[in-house]
Write a protein that binds this ligand. Sequence first.
Ligand SMILES: Cc1cc2nc3c(=O)[nH]c(=O)nc-3n(C[C@H](O)[C@H](O)[C@H](O)COP(=O)(O)OP(=O)(O)OC[C@H]3O[C@@H](n4cnc5c(N)ncnc54)[C@H](O)[C@@H]3O)c2cc1C
Length: 338
Amino acid sequence: MQITEHANLKQFNSFGMNVTSRYMVEVNSEEDVKELIASDLFKQNDHLILGGGSNVLLTDNFEGVVVRNVIAGREVVEENKDFVKVKFGSGENWHDCVLWTIENDWGGIENLSLIPGTIGAAPMQNIGAYGVEIKDVFEELSAIHLETGMTRIFRNNECEFGYRESVFKKELKGKYLITSVTLRLSKKPDINISYGAIAETLNSLNIADPTISDVSRAVIQIRQSKLPDPAEIGNAGSFFKNPTIPSQKFEDLKASYPNIPGYPQPNDQVKVPAGWLIENCGWKGKTIGEIGVHKNQALVLVNYGNGRGKDIENLSKEIRASVREKFGIELTPEVNII
Ligand SMILES: Cc1cc2nc3c(=O)[nH]c(=O)nc-3n(C[C@H](O)[C@H](O)[C@H](O)COP(=O)(O)OP(=O)(O)OC[C@H]3O[C@@H](n4cnc5c(N)ncnc54)[C@H](O)[C@@H]3O)c2cc1C
């Protein structure tokens, strides 16, 4: 276990916020986590778990212990002719693991290619893209309770997965450190290209009968053309969730805004793209000093270099207020504001 004092966190968060933490501890194993939890350093200070830092907005220096999770490991724990269950150390890089499963011809997470961050953070908000969410292949995870040091296994139904939600963002927020995640992957994968521009992209590549590797390549190509690369412009992907509203309210809005897009959901609800709402409030491409709203994707707030987390947070509040005023819709941040 390595402890650094006054650690600079700029390279550990994808917004590139130039803040420090009083202490930073790297954990490599469950034993490290248990040793840390039992220490006075941990008991006497606030703590923040960081994976890849790609879903956090750090608004200030952190006066406690940042726990950087680098627990590695990839192990097949069960296998038959149809599927394989793979247990991943929670500090493994998500996209590297996606590519590795594709090399092994195991399907299920190819649509989730190129999502930044770690395996351990993926269940936190039930990561999703292009018609797939981690819950679709999730078997179980192992987590350590941060007060008692006890290990608990959470099965799929115990994680209460929803749209960018899980029990770890609600009742159990801040209570556990996830140490491993087991996924059930298919040896006879169903290809899912119905969502977004995947089919179109495969067409343009002249691929009629795509493999999981082709789907991954198409997803990577689309994402690279649409989303800013955090290595070039600081960002945390979508800043807000797409709101869901009652269908009657959607119909009322459609009368005033005939182009408003909406996707029917269960229980007479409609999901509306937050990016469209923000763009139609005039925010797309707006720059305010060192920060702004991305020029191609209004859902992505950006740090051009020396922006401050507080300024991004204030900008997000202004955006929420204008969407509320114009459409009567409340936006909720997807990013964890610390
Ligand atoms: C360019 C870009 C594109 C993105 N696209 C998508 C997308 O398509 N779909 C999507 O769902 N998300 C997307 N994201 C968001 C982000 O990549 C995911 O949420 C990712 O899972 C975050 O992983 P991380 O390791 O960086 O988490 P972090 O940012 O380090 O942490 C996120 C939260 O989880 C907690 N946490 C992290 N690890 C653990 C652990 N082991 N145990 C307990 N708590 C933990 C942290 O305390 C924090 O609250 C995108 C982000 C970027 C920058």
